[in-house]
Design a protein around this ligand. Sequence first.
Ligand SMILES: OCN(O)CCCc1ccccc1
Ligand code: NI
Length: 183
Amino acid sequence: MITMDDIVREGNPILEQVAPEVELPANKEDKSTLQEMLQFLKNSQDQELAEKYKLRPGVGIAAPQIGISKRMIALHFEDFDGNLYSEGLFNPKIISHSVEKTYLSSGEGCLSVDREVPGYVPRYARITVKAFNLDGEPVKFRLRGYPAIVMQHEIDHLNGIMFYDYINTNNPFAEPENAKPCD
Ligand SMILES: OCN(O)CCCc1ccccc1
Ligand code: NI
């Protein structure tokens, strides 16, 4: 099972690389890795398992964060209406997005960053994403608000981008242009 020992931390160059696409249909190894990533998220949100294995709760994870430079991400979280998003995705791609931006008023964190980095992280408010799921089927997501933020945070990891790259260095909590908080 994936534990925090498997999570690479900032400074590791793999987090700054653009990851190559996964060859589809996915081979057994890539499929098993993606399933383990999804299981890690579920475990990290289970009080007992998180305590037992010292897991930091995560709502998403990208393969480079476990040292694998491939375009694979997993998501496991509920949106503010209680809808569950639980996906293992190959080669996710944002195919369109709003001009408007959004951000979490509490800022963001990252399993690969062992420190607080305060500040607003402006992201597209609405995105359309195409990907392939664990069954190898093409899937399309139209996301807004919190789910859109999580998806963008994960896809950024596949392009070597960290959440703090977006924070306004002069004034981290300056109101981002053309953006409204989603919470
Ligand atoms: O890459 C996953 N990650 O480091 C875990 C935290 C993900 C995350 C946290 C806040 C807002 C969006 C996404
Ligand atoms: Ni992250």
